[in-house]
Design a protein. Sequence first.
Length: 271
Amino acid sequence: MAKIVTAFGTPHTPFLPEQVSKAPGQLKPEAMMNEVRQRLEKAKPDVIIVFTSDHFVNFFYDHFPAFCIGVIDEAETTPETGCNMPHYSLRGHKKMAAALHRAALKSNFDLATAQEVKLEHTIMVPLHFITPDMNIPIIPIYNGGLAPPAPSARRCYSLGRMVRRFVEDWDGDERVALMASGSVSLEVGGPRDTSWFDEPWVETVKGLIRKGDYQGVARRATEQKMLAAGNVAHELLNWTTVFGALDGALPDYLDSQRGSVFAAWDLEDGR
Ligand SMILES: [Fe+2]
């Protein structure tokens, strides 16, 4: 039986790899990424199920699914303005992804599917720091939060619960990691300045994570609340999806810088 052994969440700031390469060991986000990386290395996962929001790299308004799973053999990074990092290719876990897609449909989660994806900064910036060898296959699951209306946080939470059930029922021995990508409060491109963030909201979310009240986050993260926290603050949906799979486990690591939260959960004992 497969098992979820760890979960983690980080932002995906596109210029962070270049900033860190110019000032190694000097930036707090690098230190926080390292905290997460050390925990992931200890957990030794065989596959990472990545929850992310597509940033108009794989989808556009002509066809933007609410949810989509990448059923892929492999994929490569795609060049993005402002994101200078090495070109990577990464394997997918196609067999498990196809089974997860099937299980989702049976559970009334009508995921779209993509058999080819381009790997964007939302996936590759966290992995650049956390799995620099790029040797762990991924299963990407996208939500359409950047092209509102977004799926609800409660629906994302339920999706996470379904993913946990799938992993526990999966006839394999994979050690599974879950990754949430994105910020809790952030505005990109204005009208508010990118340095602005909704500090009370970030503290509320952090406080709920600290005590394991994940349904509390999902309840409070209404569309209105997330829009008020910034025009990309819907990325919290990736976190609420992971929350649904945690079965109430408390975080092993939790920190933040401005609107970005970094967290990791040790789920080795089955919690
Ligand atoms: Fe983003």
